[in-house]
Ligand binder design. Structure first.
Ligand code: HEM
Ligand code: ISQ
Length: 154
C-alpha cells in the first residue's frame, strides 16, 4: 500500500497540534506504555529507580518527542520515496541502543499502542480512523527499519 499525500498531511497535522502540549502528552505516552507493559519501566534509565513517572523530567520529554518526530519524518519519506529512509549512522545507533537496553520485538507493538493512544488524546475531536491508519503505517515502517538493524546487531 502506498502512502498518500493525505496520509502524510494527517500525520503532520496531528504532530503540529501535539507540539503545543508536550509535557502532558509525554507523560501520557509513558503512562500508556507502562500500563500495557509494566516491566518496560526497568528499561528506561530515567524511570527504573523512580516510584512513579516523573512529571517534569527533561529526558522523558526528549525521548517521547523523538518517537513522535521520527514517526512524522517516516511519514514524509513514505510519501516522497515510498519507503522509510533513515541514515545509516542513525539506524546503527538506534539498533544498538535498543539491543543494549534489552528491547525485543514484542515491545514494538506496545509502544505502537502507546503512540496511537497519545495521538488520539492529543488531537481530541480531530481523531479518526484515517488518522489512525496513517500513524500506524508510518510507525510500522519505521519500527521495521529499527528491528532489521537490531537483528543485524545480534
Ligand atoms: C532509546 C526511538 C522503539 C525503548 C531510544 C532513542 C531513540 C528511540 C531515538 C535514543 C535516545 C537518545 O539516546 O537520545 C525509538 C523509536 C521507536 C522506538 C523511533 C519505534 C519506532 C522502542 C521500543 C522500546 C524502546 C519498542 C521498548 C520499550 C527504548 C529505551 C531506550 C530507547 C529503553 C533508552 C532510554 C534510556 O536512555 O534509558 N529510542 N524507539 N524503544 N528506546 Fe526507543
Ligand atoms: C521508546 N524509545 C524511546 C522513547 C520512548 C518513549 C516512550 C515510549 C517508548 C519509547
Amino acid at each position: 500500500m502506498s502512502f498518500s499525500e493525505k496520509q502524510e498531511a494527517l500525520v503532520k497535522e496531528a504532530w503540529e497540534i501535539m507540539k503545543e502540549d508536550i509535557p502532558a502528552l509525554s507523560l501520557y505516552f509513558f503512562t500508556q506504555v507502562l500500563e500495557i507493559a509494566p516491566a518496560a519501566k526497568g528499561l528506561f534509565s530515567f524511570l527504573k529507580d523512580a516510584e512513579e513517572i516523573p512529571e517534569n523530567n527533561p529526558k522523558l520529554k526528549a525521548h517521547a518527542i523523538k518517537v513522535f518526530k521520527m514517526t512524522c519524518e517516516a511519514a514524509i519519506q513514505l510519501r516522497e520515496k515510498g519507503e522509510v529512509v533513515v541514515s545509516d549512522s542513525t539506524l546503527k545507533y538506534l539498533g544498538s541502543v535498543h539491543v543494549q537496553k534489552g528491547v525485543v520485538e514484542p515491545h514494538f507493538a506496545v509502544v505502537k499502542e502507546g503512540v496511537l493512544r497519545t495521538v488520539e488524546k492529543g488531537v481530541g475531536e480531530k481523531w479518526n480512523e484515517e488518522m489512525k491508519e496513517a500513524w500506524s503505517e508510518a510507525y510500522d515502517q519505521l519500527a521495521a527499519a529499527i528491528l532489521a538493524e537490531m537483528n543485524k546487531e545480534i
